[in-house]
Design a protein around this ligand. Structure first.
Ligand code: CDP
Length: 807
């Protein structure tokens, strides 16, 4: 190449590090050098520390709280109880699900670990000591932790505050511990199809209670400036703007006088969406004392009191012809919501997106009913790395497919293939009300099966079985298949709101005169790498290098209003807002370029990093030159400057999908599972950063592994929480984590400006059934149809024993 040859369009595009570039994460420079700024790193002059007195009982009347000994301890500044909060109307708070929740125990406690009093002290250790000195008298009450027993006529009344209320936030309540019934689909038609079907498979599928358990627990620092009247709340918030609005509504402080900041967040996974008593108490304590107050959970606080996930009992029936064409699906779910309905779901969806339970299959009729029930367990019900119960839905349908295949005596890979929604059926309207935007399931499935050499795996499995029967091995081979469809990117506003706040998102871009930029968004990264990838979207849209674009999130005083990051909504919604705001910048840049080049606006065209005169590519103005001109040239009819903002209300959600296959060796004598192979094919439409996508898949499959094979929140019959430490609650380390093989197809979303769908949650949604199906698959030749997760060593060993495999 001649030294003077100007770089080609491809070379210029590459140097921008835009869409498709495996750009290294810009965040990691800070994180790997210890320069992260997490809530617990925040220090302020005069800062106090809060800690909770928590209930040792799961259900009890609080007969008295004596603070005197605690208050006498040097360094203790205040002890708050419900009595102190009542005059402010803050002893109860609204939940995201339309229920209300005690901030501090008001007359009784409803779960072990419930917040009873808030101690505020000069340092964290004094606060912890003072917690021990608060004397609380309890009168224990009968406990119910089983959601079915909770619905019996003589079950203890848990929510006395709701006595006589036959209407809840989501319709009629038919029992004192009943929260709502949510019905979707056509019950009559589904039952008619089931009664006439050639084959019907029926099973109870339990998706156990677990917890998102981010490495960093929840916490905040509340700081009320009595001079300016401004409250600054820094905390682990996945939705800072929503927190600001809710804080304003609850406290009566005008919204412009509240600044919410999410600093670096060490993993959210849904755990940091809700509003917790710790936030309210810290704000009140700061107002009362006039000093900043920090509250940070320890691990036990986090596991026992902030939002759990799952706990769905899903009774299913699936009907098919004898050739395997599915004709109908029926599901009744009992949802254990614990003591308060504090689920984080869009208002109109009290069971989240559970009505995507027809999965990736063309099922003509379906019916879903979900009953929400109160028990003496912690409240929550958040989307642990999934979009509002889609993981429960995916687990349900992917287990039902396996159970149906057993009943039909058919290979489940083939059963999936003959029931997949076909490429030409998109946009596809599901029987339970969704419009899937795009998909090509057959291509993805064939690619996945070929990649693992599926037929060879099945032959190996048969050989292994024969060897097992001959006594030559004690290990069975399990092959786990899963094909999932995710639903991510809530909005649209017309369908999705949280506490009345429409679920759009936003991006505001400011181009500086020298051609670098800052973009602020309504979302907040918790490890997903937004600072890296959103700059890539912009680089491709506005032709400036990603390295010259700063991404800022998480400060309500500077970022435009948005609904935050959860449910893989950042790329589908804020990513779209970013592209749209970029296009506004580009439209103005086009006018500036045309003026500078002395041609009509229509006579210039965008080319990677410049506008060039059509038919004369050497006559151009680069985006850097245009940026400078925007601030230095008086252009007739145009305001100076180069800025844009977009509030994006998506027309639909996006429907990423994936084909996952796992191969497990299972030792029947010890229950130990060796993950031999895990193959994950994901289709998230246009891929922004393949390296970050791989990282998302690795992390999410590891969480799926944890959930499927051991992670569980367990209560005994007295409501004692048995898994309050990481000794009891399984977090996989590199020791348990295998190598993953990742793969992809690309089916762009037709309505997203750059065709991207979300990806962060797919591996959790697809991974759990993939592991669980493999465990079931290993034992299916011995008559196992369904056993409950998690498949820890003990349960697997017990399954083998029950099947008579221990000789
Ligand atoms: O909302 P959340 O950030 O958790 O999930 P997401 O939108 O699925 O994005 C997770 C990460 O993957 C972000 O850094 C995205 O920019 C990136 N991603 C990507 O590179 N390409 C896609 N098609 C989707 C997400």
């Amino acid at each position: 190449m001649n030294e003077m040859t100007p770089p080609s369009s491809e070379e210029r595009a590459k140097s921008l590090k835009g869409l498709g570039s495996a750009r290294k994460r810009v965040e990691d420079v800070r994180f790997t050098q210890g320069k992260g700024n997490y809530v617990d790193d925040i220090h302020m002059d005069g800062m106090l520390f809060g800690d909770f007195v928590r209930s040792p009982y799961a259900h009890a009347r609080v007969t008295s709280v004596d603070k005197s000994a605690a208050l006498a301890l040097p360094g203790v500044v205040a002890v708050l109880t419900a009595e102190d909060l009542e005059p402010l109307g803050l002893h109860w708070m609204p939940t995201l699900a339309g229920d209300k929740q005690m901030v501090l125990a008001d007359g009784k406690v409803l779960f072990q670990g419930q917040e009873v009093a808030f101690v505020v002290a000069e340092d964290r250790y004094i606060a912890a000591d003072a917690v021990e000195l608060v004397e609380v008298d309890y009168e224990d009450l009968p406990v119910v932790v089983d959601p079915f027993k909770a619905q019996e006529p003589d079950a203890p009344v848990l929510r006395e505050d709701l006595a006589g209320q036959t209407e809840g936030a989501h319709g009629p309540r038919r029992h004192h511990n009943h929260i709502f019934t949510w019905e979707q689909g056509d019950r009559e038609a589904t039952e008619a199809v089931i009664s006439e079907a050639d084959v019907v498979a029926e099973e109870m599928i339990y998706y156990h209670r677990t917890h998102p358990c981010p490495l960093e627990t929840c916490g905040c620092v509340a700081s009320m400036d009595k001079v300016t009247g401004k409250l600054t709340l820094q905390g682990t918030f996945q939705a800072p703007h929503a927190v600001r609005t809710i804080a304003s509504l609850i406290s009566g402080i005008a919204e412009h006088n509240i600044r919410v900041i999410s600093p670096d967040i060490g993993g959210g996974f849904g755990n940091k969406v809700g509003v917790y008593p710790g936030y309210v108490c810290s704000i009140v304590a700061s107002i009362v004392t006039g000093r900043p107050v920090k509250w940070v959970e320890d691990r036990m606080d986090n596991l026992m009191s902030t939002a759990f996930a799952r706990d769905y009992w899903m009774q299913g029936r699936i009907a098919a012809t004898k050739e395997g064409k599915i004709t109908g699906l029926w599901c009744h779910t009992t949802a254990d919501h614990g003591a308060f309905d504090a689920c984080a779901d869009p208002t109109k969806f009290p069971a989240g997106f559970m009505n995507i339970c027809t999965g990736s299959y063309d099922i003509p009729v379906a019916y879903l009913a979900v009953d929400g029930v109160y028990t003496n367990k912690a409240p929550g019900g958040v989307a642990y790395r999934c979009s509002f119960r889609v993981t429960e839905a995916a687990y349900f349908i992917e287990r039902m497919i396996e159970i149906l295949a057993l009943k039909l005596g058919m290979d489940s890979a083939e059963l999936r293939r003959i029931n997949f929604i076909k490429k030409e059926q998109f946009p596809y309207h599901s029987a339970l009300g969704w419009e899937y935007d795009s998909g090509d399931y057959h291509t993805a499935w064939d690619k996945a099966l070929a990649a693992v050499d599926y037929d060879r795996l099945r032959s190996e499995q048969s050989e292994r079985l024969e060897a097992f029967k001959r006594g030559e091995t004690r290990k069975l081979l399990g092959i786990g298949l899963t094909f999932f469809t995710e639903i991510v990117g809530a909005g649209p506003v017309k369908n999705c709101d949280i506490l009345g706040l429409g679920m759009f998102d936003s991006c505001e871009i400011r181009i500086h005169p020298t051609g670098s930029a800052i973009a602020r968004l309504g979302t907040i990264s918790q490890g997903q790498g937004h600072a890296t990838t959103f700059a890539q979207i912009l680089a491709s849209e506005i032709g400036l290098p990603a390295d010259d674009i700063t991404i800022e999130e998480g400060d309500t005083d500077t970022a435009p209003y948005g609904l935050g990051t959860y449910g893989s909504r950042s790329t589908p919604v804020a990513g779209a807002a970013t592209a749209m705001a970029g296009r506004k910048i580009r439209a103005k840049a086009q006018m500036i370029a045309a003026y500078l080049l002395e041609v009509h606006d229509d006579d210039v065209a965008f080319d990677v990093d410049r506008f060039a005169v059509k038919g004369a590519p050497d006559r151009f103005k680069t985006m850097k030159e245009i940026a400078f001109a925007a601030y230095n040239q008086a252009i007739p009819g145009l305001e100076p400057g180069l800025e844009a903002v977009s509030y994006y209300d998506p027309p639909n959600m996006t429907y990423p999908f994936g084909a996952y296959i796992s191969v497990l060796d299972i030792d029947v004598d010890t229950g130990v599972i060796d993950i031999r192979q895990f193959y994950a094919l994901d289709d998230c439409g246009t891929r922004i950063n393949p390296m970050i996508i791989d990282g998302q898949i690795h992390g999410g499959v590891t969480e799926a592994l944890a959930i499927a094979l051991g992670q569980e929140i367990v209560y005994d019959e007295m409501g004692n929480m048995m898994t309050g430490t990481l000794m009891d609650f399984f977090i996989p380390t590199s020791w348990e984590t295998p190598n993953y093989v990742t793969d992809f197809t690309v089916t762009p979303s037709p309505h997203h400006p750059i065709g991207a769908k979300g990806v962060g949650e797919s591996p959790n949604v697809g991974g759990v059934p993939c592991f669980s199906n493999a465990v079931h698959d290993a034992f299916k030749s011995f008559g196992l149809t369904q056993t409950h997760m998690p498949h820890d060593h003990w349960r697997v060993w017990r399954t083998a024993k029950e099947l008579g495999l221990h000789g």
